[in-house]
Design a protein around this ligand. Structure first.
Ligand code: C5P
Length: 226
């Protein structure tokens, strides 16, 4: 039998990361935070002095450099921390700037293709919980359970706001809302692996659910799918 994978896809700040971590903990599974990989490509590009604005990305030479970077991403994961080229970038990958850079570089098919093998390598026994935008549609199409997690834009902006404030970072609810709507629009509109539920995904809107209720719902679906 294949190693089990539970996919959680959905828009920005829908609570995928929290849900994936909690479900993985309960099942004793590994976790793949695929968004972190795209964020790491954005960070690595910045450090290498490769611009990722729209004009730069229109240049095939820039795209080729980014794909090469993604192909040999000098990244190491462990103990809940992420190192890029030996530097601890656990905080830096979560920044809004890294998220916006990720959203731009992730629209490039060459970058997506370069990250496929790395992502699939996370599928190890006893199992994997994978969170992202295309886990169920592209990376693990044979997964026995695909959850598409959503919440209203207002709910998601509020959650992101509270997360930033609790970390002592400055935050503005209106600009967070505008940023997440821009990012979702780009993720949905792109030709390469657009954000959309897999045909066999189960939809879950957690706007009015607690974290615990969301986790329990997914665990009960998983038990029935196994
Ligand atoms: O989930 P997170 O906010 O960390 O992802 C950052 C960006 O990376 C997303 O806005 C999206 O553009 C991109 N991404 C993607 N495919 C994934 C995960 C993330 O395109 N599987």
């Amino acid at each position: 039998a294949r190693i089990p994978v539970l996919c959680i896809d959905g828009p920005t700040a829908s609570g995928k990361g929290t849900l994936a971590a909690a479900v993985a903990e309960r099942l004793g599974y590994h976790v793949l935070d695929s968004g972190a990989l795209y964020r790491l490509v954005g960070l690595a590009a910045e450090r290498a002095g490769i611009a990722t604005d729209e004009a730069a990305l229109a240049d095939p030479a820039v795209v080729a450099r980014l794909a090469a970077l993604a192909e040999r991403l000098p990244v190491r994961f462990g103990d809940g921390r992420i190192w890029l080229d030996g530097d601890d970038v656990t905080q830096a990958v979560r920044s809004e700037a890294a998220g916006m850079a990720a959203s731009r570089v992730s629209a490039l098919p060459a970058v997506r293709a370069a990250l496929l093998a790395l992502q699939r390598g996370f599928r190890r026994l006893p199992g994997l919980v994978a969170d992202g935008r295309d886990m169920g549609t592209v990376v693990f199409p044979d997964a026995p359970l695909k959850v598409f997690l959503t919440a209203s834009a207002a709910t998601r902006a509020q959650r992101r706001y509270e997360q930033l404030i609790s970390r002592g970072e400055p935050a503005n609810i209106d600009s967070l809302l505008a940023d997440l709507e821009a990012r979702d629009a780009r993720d949905r509109a792109r030709a390469a692996a657009p954000l959309k539920p897999a045909e066999d995904a189960l939809l879950l809107d957690n706007s009015a659910l607690s974290v615990d209720e969301t986790v329990q719902t997914v665990l009960s679906w998983w038990q029935r799918r196994q």
